[in-house]
Design a protein around this ligand. Sequence first.
Ligand code: ADP
Ligand code: MG
Length: 693
Amino acid sequence: MINVPEMFACMVFNESEMKKRLSANIYASLKKTMVEGCPLELGVANEVANAMKDWAIEKGATHYSHWFQPLTGITAEKHDSFLTPAAEGKIIMSFSGKELIKGEPDASSFPSGGYRSTFEARGYTVWDPTSFPFVKDHTLCIPTAFCSYNGEALDKKTPLLRSMESLNRQSLRILKLFGNSAKHVTTTMGPEQEYFLVDEKLYAKRRDLKMTGRTLFGAHPVKGQEMDDQYFAAIKPRVIEYMEDLNEELWKLGIYAKTEHNEAAPAQHEMAPIFTTSNLAADQNQLTMEVMKKVARRHGLICLLHEKPFEGVNGSGKHNNWSIATDSGENLFSPGTTPMENAQFLLFLTAVIKAVDDHQDLLRAIVASAGNDHRLGANEAPPAIMSIYVGDELEAILKAIKDGKPYTGNGSKKMSIGVDVLPAIPKDSTDRNRTSPFAFTGNRFEFRSVGSNLSISGPNTILNAILADSLSKFADELEKAENFDKELQNLIKREITAHWRILFNGNGYGEEWIKEAEKRGLKNFRTTPDAMAHYLDKKNIELFKQTGIYSEVEMKSHYDVKLEKYCQILNIEVGTMIEMVNKDIEPSALNFLNKLTDTYSKMPADLPFEYGKNQIKKVSALLNELEQKKQKLDELHIQAQEKTELMEKAQDYAKKILPAMEDLRSSGDLLEELLGQEYKPYPSYEDLLFSVQ
Ligand code: ADP
Ligand code: MG
């Protein structure tokens, strides 16, 4: 039996470990840095580094690494051993404060959107003491921020920290007006991580899965997810073994792995941790994704984190549960029980409503990727249109405020903000609609458009930034108010009225919603290039400048990095498809054709062998079609590659290449269906989706 409390966080240099291993005054200095963000003195850093090294060596570490999150969206690490030469050819194991605080990896090979040239390659990694060091693969990993020589953020952590700070400042301004004595607010985050598991041996035979993480061909199996027999179903033994192993690895790293279950598609599963501070949650989600893949290998499995590995069944998302808490533990998205708490809640709610409506484009852009584009709006995940679901009860309350009419639900009365208590909002009434991209779930918001593969730093940076923006505008106004209660009432009523269009409780998957949303003037960006076309709009550059989260240079780099990555992914997908046609599908089909013609030619002439003749016709016709479509795709691809303007190139991929890929796939899949079992070019969907038992 494993002892979970003993195992939990055993590989993390957390506060209890720090307390144990540092002298009281050193610990106090470090704690001050952690809470107040003041710089760590070198003397203190030296002692901390030494204690950290001793601890890490006990855990089997031989190396240390600054662990950071470049704009690639995955993590990066460069290992250095603790080894230092000593007298008489011996060595000692050492680790200095300087090495702990700052590293200088060569930054030239990380994406920066071209705003840095290789001769300015120097980048810095700086320890983020608000996230704890941990030991992984015999290496002490130190979570760090990564920036350029000029201080521009080259990573995902720095902007997230900046956004948390900005939201802290603006929230405190608002809280002060309510007489709330909070000293600090922080955002919390709980990411529900979906994934697929497939057998390693089958995976090895699929060029597309290996190269792109998703299937580019594959005839639909006779059974998909239509029986609804997978969601929450009993978990298969091989998967249970995997989940147990995964939990242990995550627990050792101090990750609160809590919920596990089968998801809607065959071979699809989910793991949800207990929420924590956004910064830590983001680091831990990166680690979770890495550990998920690593542990799968031990079980002869491959963990697929792509947003849409299989056509015809659901793709994977990462529901981003998001809230704000004060230093005394008050959840600011929780409706309170007193009139003042209620009014405060309503103001924060109004600020979120305004933020989402004003910045639909940013929320859409931040979740845009080649992979996630297959998911959003595909009747399985929220549409590409942003809207907020608040539940019928809360919507009725907001409507009463907007119309200045009595609230006719629970307890029927006219709501007077700051005077009356909100009628209790039953939690279950707020969580029924799964088709909304942004749902209020009783005490938090759930941003459901995030793809399974995405770093959650970006979405949370945007959420914090746009809320900080609304709150700062509200604070500017309310700080000047002579009659706070009255002006608060007016502001809430005015803003709810102005942003009413963003509230939608209906079916987000329906065709009618697309039409209705258009009427309301909501944005509907279907592809990554369409979404990114507005990223550099003046309003967005201003927003980030004012909140101090991104500079214009940084935003331009995001724009370039995102579009370049989009084109690169599609470039690899096209290349892989062509290889699959040339090396897998055509040779298999020719073998089959050979067998057919051989059989046909051997048939006695007086025996009408219609079946054989028809099969030969069908297979050869499809082969011709496949070859033609492949050549067409190849030509379009060459044209796209020749485009020099990034947006034009990305639009070519979205509007011309993707449809040509789909067209090619349809012929390949028809052919696959015709081929006999022993002529199959690669493991089928049936094999991939139903073989892990
Ligand atoms: P469901 O599937 O019903 O949405 P789950 O239990 O799968 O619920 O996931 C809910 C997630 O929301 C968990 O990760 C949980 O820790 C997180 N969560 C709960 N409260 C908060 C909060 N205040 N802030 C952020 N996340 C939260
Ligand atoms: Mg959820």
